[in-house]
Design a protein around this ligand. Structure first.
Ligand code: F6R
Length: 607
């Protein structure tokens, strides 16, 4: 999605902005631009395509110390240099960058056109620049405020004016905005990664709030000019974490970080004496937790797949009826909120519009919603009624990998905690803890097979369609495998329950459509093997992900990747990793941009 960066201070603003935009690249974008305040004018540079193209076009004329920048992910208006932000008013005195969607822009635009304003772009955002110019009387804050009252939709904006050099005004409604507090310099950004190289002190804006930054201070207020006191918070991410550290792609780095990121998720959260998990941020008493009669988990994309696995785990291990639902669906079906139900919103970014809106709708109806998020201070983390952070570290590649396994970690811990409050003995709790503590090393054993997995990927990367099949907890893993493959290699893939193929998808099977089977060693193994044989009987090629030593599967499949033997509940962890690697190597083989796949964005802040 779009990204915003603003800077005012002693440095060369263009350098800071371009560096910040580079850090925002991972969010997905198609064009970029900056605006720098010169002594009495504003100078804009925009380019379609990569930040590198923008950087090349920079010259000495962009030498001011205050500026705003933007990466655009097109929603209204095609991808081209004109539609890239920043946008100016007709006299080029006001410049804006905008994330979000202005729903009533057509109406506002028509009104302005009647007054003689000429629009240069086909975006919804340009209207903001003209409205601010029209309403400017005594101060930039006043003009922005008057404009905001006219807008319907979502926005995170940064605005500057040649009339008030050294000042940037920001405002937020539905699109994140964070202030970076430096020493004699201030930043404004849509994402902390943009400012991490300069400061770790940040202030998060809430919806309905505005901020004015100058090099010396920041001032936050609401739309009615009431001062809002904000806490400065410290980001605990290190700069190295958002760098490739020797890997060519972030996705590869993040896949390989999983033994560590999973460990960070459970370390310090296990109570060995009581053989249970201790999750501090839930804001629920033991009594309230015991009274939970039903759990409903919501999420989107990969987070939804983690939610599905979470629902299997909580139901099997904690024996609490549990279901997972797409946040985009629950939001609009007027959900019935049951009194003793607990809701959980899962989101790596903590900003996904579908999940955030669903959470708000559930809360409006009286639900208690916990958040499972990676990004500290994100909107879902702040607006949920309690929750748990993943501690996965920043995830930069668009395709989620380590956040997914960290989300699973939280569901394992929740399952253990609930189970120990209900029917699990100390002994069972201890066995659970032993099993989860082995996982990082077992994932290490899967990662060590990188060469073999790459060879397999090379052989199958020419396929046009691939099926991913699993049952039980491995069914959502199959869905995740299919999503990973399609999003980064653009090979069409479908995940389904192995049992379901006979109800339709088996029609796709022929020599050219390979199937990836996930085969554990529990009671479902035999049934999945039957499905595998059905595929082989129709000349379908099979890649099996199976448990080490399963010779029967090795004999039946065309290719096999083994994972270490584990407690059956842990196979979602172990089997998703080879699927991430298969997708990664297929995409690499096909020459795709693995970290920034086409049309996708890291944090989906529009509906
Ligand atoms: C896929 C992927 C997306 C996200 C989805 C939800 O690799 O990353 O499907 O999982 O957009 O994002 P979050 O978890 O930030 O709510």
């Amino acid at each position: 999605m779009c990204g915003i960066i603003g800077y005012t201070g002693p440095r060369n603003a263009a350098d800071v902005l371009v560096e910040g935009l580079k850090r925002l690249e991972y969010r997905g974008y198609d064009s970029a631009g900056i605006c720098i305040a010169q002594s009495d004018s504003l100078k804009v540079l925009k380019r379609a395509g990569k930040i590198a193209v923008l950087r090349e076009a920079l010259d000495d004329q962009f030498s001011g110390t205050t500026g705003i920048g933007h990466t655009r992910w097109a929603t209204h208006g095609e991808v081209n240099e004109t539609n890239a932000h920043p946008h100016l008013d007709s006299k080029e005195e006001f410049s804006i960058v905008h994330n979000g969607i202005i729903e009533n822009y057509q109406q506002l635009k028509q009104g302005l056109e009647h007054e003689g304003v000429t629009f240069l772009t086909t975006t919804d955002s340009e209207v903001i620049a003209h409205l601010i110019a029209k309403h400017y009387q005594e101060s930039l804050e006043q003009a922005v405020r008057d404009t905001l009252f006219l807008l319907k939709g979502t926005y995170g904006i940064a605005v500057m004016s040649s009339r008030e050099p050294g000042k940037i005004v920001g405002a937020r409604n539905g699109s994140p905005l964070v202030i970076g507090v430096g020493d004699g310099e201030m930043f404004l950004a849509s994402d902390v990664t943009a400012v991490l190289a300069y400061t770790k002190q940040v202030v998060y804006l809430n919806d309905g709030e505005m901020v004015t930054i100058t090099s010396r201070e920041f001032r936050t207020q609401d739309l009615h000019e009431r001062i809002v006191q904000k806490q400065i918070e410290l980001i605990d991410w290190e700069l190295e974490q958002i760098e490739r550290q020797g890997y060519k792609q972030f996705m590869e780095k993040e896949i390989h970080e999983q033994p560590e990121s999973i460990k960070r998720g459970f370390q310090g959260r296990i109570n060995y004496d009581q053989a249970t998990a201790h999750l501090g941020g839930l804001n629920m008493s033991p009594q309230e937790l015991r009274e939970v009669e039903r759990i409903r988990i919501i999420g989107a994309g990969t987070s939804y797949h983690a939610a599905m696995i979470g629902s299997y785990l909580l139901e099997q291990i904690a024996r609490i009826p549990c279901s997972a639902e797409l946040s985009s669906e629950i939001r609009y079906r007027n959900p019935v909120v049951e009194p003793k139900s607990l809701y959980i919103a899962v989101s790596q970014s903590g900003e996904t519009a579908d999940t955030l809106s669903a959470m708000r709708e559930l809360q409006r109806k009286g639900a208690r919603v916990l958040g499972i998020c990676n990004v500290v201070g994100s909107t879902i983390a702040r607006e949920s009624d309690g929750g748990v952070y993943l501690h996965s570290g920043p995830e930069i590649a668009v395709a989620s990998t380590k956040a997914f396994t960290s989300q699973l970690t939280i569901f394992y811990l929740l399952s253990l905690m609930f189970a120990r409050q209900r029917h699990y003995s100390v002994d069972e709790g201890q066995q659970f803890i032993q099993a989860i503590e082995k996982v990082p090393e077992q994932i290490g054993a899967v990662l060590a097979q990188a060469q073999q997995i790459q060879d397999i990927a090379r052989r199958y990367s020419g396929a046009r369609n691939v099926l991913f099949l699993g049952r039980g907890k491995l069914f959502p893993v199959a869905l995740e495998g299919a999503l990973k493959l399609k999003e980064i290699s653009y090979i069409h893939a479908e995940g389904c329950s192995a049992a379901e193929i006979k109800h339709g998808p088996i029609a796709l099977i022929n020599e050219e459509t390979p199937s990836v089977f996930l085969i554990g060693d529990d009671f479902l193994r035999e049934k999945v093997l039957s499905n595998l044989k059905e595929v082989k009987a129709r000349k379908g090629k099979v890649i099996a992900i199976a448990v080490e030593g399963d010779q029967e599967v090795a004999d039946l499949a065309d290719d096999v990747i083994f994972v270490p033997h584990a407690w059956e509940c842990m196979y979602p962890y172990l089997m998703v990793v080879p699927l991430q690697m298969l997708s990664f190597y297929c995409a690499l083989e096909l020459g795709c941009n693995v970290d920034q796949p086409r049309n996708l964005a890291k944090s989906v802040t529009v509906e």
